[in-house]
Design a protein around this ligand. Sequence first.
Ligand code: 5GP
Length: 274
Amino acid sequence: MLAKKATRMANRKKIKEGKTKVLYRGPEPGTLIQYFKDDITAFNNLKKDKIEGRGILNNRISAHIMTKLSECNVPTHFIKRINMREQLVHEVDIIPVEVIVRNIAAGSFAKRYGIEEGTKLPRTIIEYCLKSDELSDPVLSEDYIFSYDLAHPIELDEMYQQALRINDLLTGMFLMINIKLVDFKLEFGRMYNEVTGDLHLLLADEISPDGSRLWDITSDEKLDKDRFRRDLGGIEHAYQEVARRLGILGDDNGKVEVAKPVMNKPLHIRKVNI
Ligand code: 5GP
């Protein structure tokens, strides 16, 4: 049985290998398998390491969060978690604009504007960055996004609205487990319905302590990738703590997360216009 599984895995068609994940062709047309590696990188690959079990934790945490979001009618690419390291997702064309949602000043924002890290922002601030390792993900203006056709105004508006909604849902989810959601990054993708020609926008990639800042509500202890970026140590313990508080640490006993199928209204943009 193990040999059979190994052959099946070796025969899979690799679509793309990124810094922390691998995408394989999925069992049905329009699906992919997203595999979570243990590799961790920061500063656009200048700092690298491998932390045993990190991929498993990110897979579990992201699957849990995506499932909860789908239960609240947020359309995501997530279909179901297949095993400890893999999930089945809808194939999407990733929009090369990262959406950063900030509630509390930290990281590049605190540095750029000279605001003390930990200062609560007057309101949630959404920023857009170019998805480009070579250029270190520079901040983008809306004019740049539209001039270079990175996203259509209707798509960007939908991304903005979804980001605020996701922020509301996640802020509540983390507050219940005594965690402050400081900031996080979202990626969205386009999914085309080949029959109707409709275009749908789906939340894609992952939501995990890799792409968010999560601080303990009383001590402000960092429970996210900043532990790696800033050489604070204890990264696996921090990710385990997030999983423990979410109630998903340990053996899954074969129980896997399955998303509620959610499709948003099609965006009425013609494919050729993007
Ligand atoms: P900052 O701009 O302060 O470095 O990051 C803001 C938030 O977005 C942080 O939660 C950070 O983890 C996340 N983020 C921004 N860019 C990336 C990225 O390229 N990869 C990951 N994993 N997270 C990112």
